[in-house]
Design a protein around this ligand. Structure first.
Ligand code: DQA
Length: 150
């Protein structure tokens, strides 16, 4: 089973940016946590981070050609306005989980809307880096369920 985790703009700045909101662990700590969970769940996990909208879209399209089984995405600020990333996500029929480290619903009004969540299977918000690990468990569970049904 092959799962791709995409992080959008400024998530490479974890541990540097707004620690009160995003915590003090950095992006490489997040990658380590994800690698450990992937080993435990015996899945192949790929990770990708970019500050550029087009690169994120290219990576989502590559996931289609690579036959990735599921996607976990934190689109960062693109969440709130990127119809292009939304369209790219909508192209793929695989399970997709949107993750936000912070509780976007308790923050500025512009963060409370997600244009990408409606084309995702589900959304996890406000649980810190734990949210990514829960998303791995969720996406693996959904893929397994879908396989049993087909
Ligand atoms: C974020 C929330 C977004 O509003 C923000 O622009 C980010 C991070 C989160 O994980 O909480 O960059 O996606």
């Amino acid at each position: 089973m092959r799962v791709l985790v995409i992080n959008g703009p400024n998530l490479n700045f974890l541990g540097i940016r707004e620690k009160g909101i995003y915590g003090s662990l950095d992006y490489s700590d997040l990658l380590q946590l994800l690698e450990k969970r992937a080993e435990e769940r015996k899945i192949t996990l790929e990770t990708f981070q970019s500050n550029c909208e087009g690169e994120i879209i290219d990576r989502i399209q590559k996931a289609y050609y690579d036959s990735v089984d599921g996607i976990i995405i934190n689109p960062g600020a693109y969440t709130h306005y990127s119809y292009a990333i939304r369209d790219a996500l909508a192209s793929l029929a695989v399970p997709k989980i949107e993750v936000h480290i912070s509780n976007v619903h308790g923050r500025e009004e512009f963060r409370q809307a997600s244009v990408t969540a409606p084309v995702c299977t589900g959304q996890i918000v406000g649980l810190g880096l734990q949210g990514y690990l829960l998303a791995v468990d969720a996406v693996v569970g959904i893929i397994e369920e879908n396989r049993k049904e087909s």
